[in-house]
Design a protein around this ligand. Sequence first.
Ligand SMILES: C[S@@+](CC[C@H](N)C(=O)[O-])C[C@H]1O[C@@H](n2cnc3c(N)ncnc32)[C@H](O)[C@@H]1O
Length: 282
Amino acid sequence: MQDKERESTYKEYLQVLKECSPYDFSEYSDNSIDRRIQKVMQDYNLDMGGLIHKTKTNPQFVEQVVEAITVNTTELFRDPEVWNYLRVKLLPGFKNRPKINIWHAGCSSGQEVYSLMVLLDHLNLLDRCEIFATDISKKALESAKTGQYRYSYNYGKYLENFKASFDEDKAPDFDKYFKADEANDTISVNPDFLKKVKFVKHDLVKGELPFYNRVDLLFCRNVLIYFNSNLQAKIVQRLHDRLFPGGSLILGSHETISGFLNTKFTKKGPVYTRSDAFHFKY
Ligand SMILES: C[S@@+](CC[C@H](N)C(=O)[O-])C[C@H]1O[C@@H](n2cnc3c(N)ncnc32)[C@H](O)[C@@H]1O
């Protein structure tokens, strides 16, 4: 099959998925989405007709397709320079605020959420935070809720990045936040952290949100990159509307806001601030 022909077949499949399930991946730009659909077909030994039939008739299978299409790569303190900026420049500005609402959109298995919690606790801000973390992937959320990660994958990198993000002053006590069990290849997040986060399944493509609050800090890192520019603009507008005026949006290192929407934010370092004329005074 020619590339163009194959591409249009996958596009047709995404259209079927959209019509018979709650999921709409038709505006995902990821070039490898067709490869991932192809892998589903191989894994389940299906041709396109079979894939469409199973998608139409088996909701559990649809969830497997969602897991196969989404990319859950994440790690503790991913992009350490961003965490360093937040710790030094942004988070101290919250010290006189009685309440801080935080939303991690596309949180994957939770490492981003727990990275922020370490910094918040280190700065004595955690007690006043309400934290929501959402993702479309049920599997990723289940992993996030356990707060258990592979020692070999996360720990070495974690320590390296952790040190890099605390080059100027004393790093917090690592053992307070993570229990490492090298023999069983596990690190476990402090159970107090687990209790503090509300992990909820949510699809950013859909308008409705699982909570009503506006937020002061909104993380949506390395998610927009999978959407085409039209969908990116729609989502950024929604994220903007969810922020308090003066609230901060943190995107992934390779993600930017362009065009008209750019006028709705001011950017400093990695942080986009909702730049309405009226700012709440805290
Ligand atoms: C590459 S991970 C990023 C994780 C984390 N934010 C980070 O930067 O380390 C992208 C996450 O976005 C989620 N995602 C993709 N499409 C989504 C959607 N429509 N709604 C919510 N989450 C979505 C995926 O399931 C995945 O967990």
